[in-house]
Design a protein around this ligand. Structure first.
Ligand code: GLC
Length: 738
């Protein structure tokens, strides 16, 4: 539709119709029992009339279903305006990819883009127009359940992965077949919740907000993301959804975002329990004045905007501004010409979990695994001798390996380790795979977030254990498949202890006594405390929640067809109580030396102030050597970048891929500066003995920060660049910024 026609439509709409466009309702309220439940429902008492006026619908999908619903609702709309269908497609629609934190671990933006492209194709064929993804929240505290949905603790990695995901969803034109509009969330700084508690207060200086939390959202806006979602949290005592400074001054005026701003689920009405609105009428007033265009799953807008206009507290033009953005999005999606866009049941059935998509998921999974320890154990050799490998633990046969923000129609289609090993042994007769559950997930009853109740059965304990020990005794090597249940991660899943459940640790201790050749695979959506697991294992690998190709990808990596491509996207503390322990913190006036021998220094008296596994760390199946860093000069200035080069050599006997990382450090500043900050990474694959020069450009812009007067600029002085395999590398070179 032409802009002129769209303007005519807007002008012809009644106020009721316009306000209806600003309401988003869950598909559950249109008689669809399969719709996802991603928030509360009981409070939502919309009338049929209100539901029919809604301008967009979330949490429902399926080509035939949405075509019928679109037809039915358009008929009821006075101007037959089409719905937008929005869904949380976080790590895949039916072809489920590794959870976002695992994708962050891959340090592979290109892979993330490909995964997002596939997710978009499948989602679009299923009738979806918008995905509530990527989550670009900086995640520094592993206690927060939603670190699973982010790309980790570093702003640069977060930005790179988020940009690629937006690009993968949106392509060149969201109207084109197979593309979705993306919605970056949760604006802003949702990951900064106090003590990792979900929905809790975020208190962060404007300087840290701008230097660390905002860049990834800004990167998505610069990548032309079509929607932004508000966050549940307060930001420095003002809830984001009512935060005019954040939404008008920063998002609209500074970041130049002119797309649709949608609230999170019920977040407008939640301004009342936040204590910033006396009632939903005041909540609506605050949110409209903050520029929130769509009220997701709350009736604050539809029941109050009209009277607020009558009372002169809101203007018709404010409503027109929001509705205009919504109509423009529908128009950009091509919905006025084709309200069904790509919805096509046959195409949906053909695409979902097709061989090509599964192969990508399999590659993405192995590329995300982080090998944390390997005492001459992996890869297992399946070539020249018969061997029995025992797979023991509650994850050995589990299909729940796809994360808590994915909803495959049939979870049994998520390849388990057992199924992956069946595939592997069907073509590798030297290997016999044995299986034993070993233990229950927990040693107590546990209510899973999705409402299921896990009931612990004490009578099963000894039976499972003795079977597991017998299996372990009869095996050459044992693969322990342990971790946190996927419903212990994601929204509303903060934990006070980032641990493998004790019931499973007991199993690990007992099995390692009867067979020391232990390889431990850890399923999790966050860093966990792994010091003991590491001591009891010859090899230790984070597999996160790998998605629909879990079993095949694990077989690929265990037996060397693939190498583990991941690096730590978050620091792994020794103890949860060290959180947050992100690498790029400030020195303090009393830095410690990583021991407990000093007095009066930063840190603890009962734990060395270091991480078990640092950001960027991960082993490969070969070894890499780095030359010293060489610079093509020793002065950096605006417009005159430096080039920093290392020669990386594969000094092992297997082909391998190294994730070369480049960090910068501003030695001094008018405000303290991080001990170092990631500003570049490159994955390089080398044959045994092969070397390659890897260069990174260092620019003056990289050193800009909010100085003592909050001016965003770099400062002259001594600087340092580090290039190496993780954030602790001391392979560096000095130069001056002039
Ligand atoms: C949830 C989440 C948000 C999601 C939305 C719609 O509460 O916070 O990430 O996109 O509701 O399901």
């Amino acid at each position: 539709m032409t802009t002129e026609k769209l303007k005519e439509l807007l002008n012809d709409m009644s106020l009721d119709e316009k306000i209806g466009q600003m309401l988003q309702v869950s598909g559950l309220f249109y008689g669809d029992d399969d719709a996802l439940t991603t928030g509360g429902l009981d409070y939502f008492k919309a009338t049929d009339e209100e539901k029919l006026r809604a301008g967009s619908i979330l949490s429902i999908s399926g080509a035939e279903k949405l075509k019928k619903l679109q037809t039915r609702l358009m008929e009821k709309q006075p101007h037959h305006i089409p719905q937008i269908f929005m869904l949380d497609i976080i790590n895949g629609y039916e072809t489920i990819f590794p959870v976002p934190l695992a994708q962050g671990a891959s340090f592979n933006p290109d892979m993330a883009e490909k995964c997002a492209q596939v997710a978009a194709k499948e989602g679009a064929a299923a009738g979806i127009h918008v995905t509530f993804s990527p989550m670009a929240d900086l995640c520094r505290d592993g206690r927060w359940g939603r670190v699973m949905e982010g790309y980790g603790e570093d702003s640069y990695l977060n930005s790179k992965m988020s940009i690629s995901t937006v690009r993968g969803y949106q392509g060149k034109d969201i109207k084109e077949k197979g593309n979705l509009a993306a919605c970056v969330k949760h604006f802003a700084a949702y990951g900064g919740g106090e003590a990792g508690r979900d929905y809790d207060t975020v208190e962060v200086s404007e300087r840290t907000l701008r230097e660390s939390f905002l860049p990834a959202y800004k990167a998505c806006i610069d990548e032309n993301v079509k929607l932004v979602m508000t966050s549940f949290n307060t930001l420095n005592q003002v809830p984001s959804t009512a935060n005019k400074w954040l939404m008008k001054d920063v998002l609209r005026d500074e970041m130049k975002f002119d797309g649709v701003l949608i609230s999170d689920y019920g977040a407008v009405k939640e301004l009342v329990p936040h204590g910033i609105a006396r009632d939903e009428k005041e909540a609506a007033l605050l949110a409209v004045n903050a520029g929130v265009d769509i009220d997701m799953m709350s009736l604050a807008y539809i029941r109050n905007i009209k009277s607020l206009i009558k009372e002169g507290k809101l203007s018709q033009s404010q409503i027109d501004d929001s509705v205009w953005k919504i109509l423009c999005l529908k128009n950009e999606l091509g919905l006025f010409e084709n309200p069904y866009k790509d919805a096509d049941q046959e195409e949906q059935n053909r695409l979902c979990l097709c061989k090509e998509h599964r192969e990508l998921a399999r590659e993405a999974a192995s590329d995300s695994f982080v090998l944390l320890k390997n005492e001459d154990t992996l890869p297992l050799d399946s070539s020249n001798k018969k061997q029995k490998i025992a797979f023991i633990g509650p994850f050995a046969k589990s299909h729940e390996v796809f994360g808590s923000w994915s909803f495959p129609t049939d979870p049994s289609k998520m390849t388990s380790i057992e199924e992956g090993m069946k595939n592997f042994t069907s073509v590798n007769s030297n290997v016999e795979a044995l299986f034993a559950e070993g233990c229950q997930l927990f040693g107590h009853d546990f209510k899973l977030k999705d409402g299921r109740r896990f009931t612990y059965d004490p009578a099963k304990k000894e039976v499972l254990l003795s079977e597991a020990l017998e299996t372990a005794k009869n095996a050459d090597k044992v693969v322990l498949c342990l971790g946190e249940h996927q419903q212990m991660t994601g929204e509303a899943a903060s934990r006070t202890q980032m641990t493998i459940p004790e019931e499973q640790m007991e199993l690990l201790r007992k099995v390692s006594e009867v067979n020391p050749n232990v390889i431990t695979l850890v399923f999790a959506g966050r860093p966990l405390e792994l010091e003991e697991a590491s001591k009891l294992s010859k090899a230790l690998m984070m597999v996160w929640f790998p998605g629909c190709e879990t079993g095949n990808a694990i077989a690929d990596v265990l037996f060397g067809a693939k190498e583990p491509g991941g690096r730590c996207p978050m620091s792994f503390p020794y103890r949860t109580s060290q959180e947050p322990c992100h690498y790029n913190r400030f020195r303090s006036g009393r830095p410690n030396n990583g021991t407990l021998e000093q007095g009066f220094v930063m840190g603890y008296i009962d734990q060395i102030d270091r991480t078990l596994y640092p950001f960027g760390y991960g082993l490969t199946y070969t070894n890499f050597e780095y030359s010293p860093v060489s610079l093509n000069g020793n002065e950096l200035s605006e417009g005159k970048p430096l080039s920093a080069t290392v020669t990386v050599k594969n000094s092992g006997n297997r082909k391998g891929t190294e994730t070369v990382q480049m960090y910068i450090q501003d030695i001094y500043g008018s405000t303290v500066r991080p001990v170092r900050t990631l500003k570049g990474f490159e994955k390089v694959t080398l044959e045994p003995g092969e070397s390659k020069n890897i260069s990174f450009e260092i620019t003056e812009e990289m050193f800009r920060f909010y100085d003592i007067n909050m001016n965003f600029k770099s400062e002259e002085g001594a600087c340092r660049v580090y290039i190496g395999p993780d954030c602790l590398t001391e392979n560096g070179a000095d130069f001056n910024l002039i």
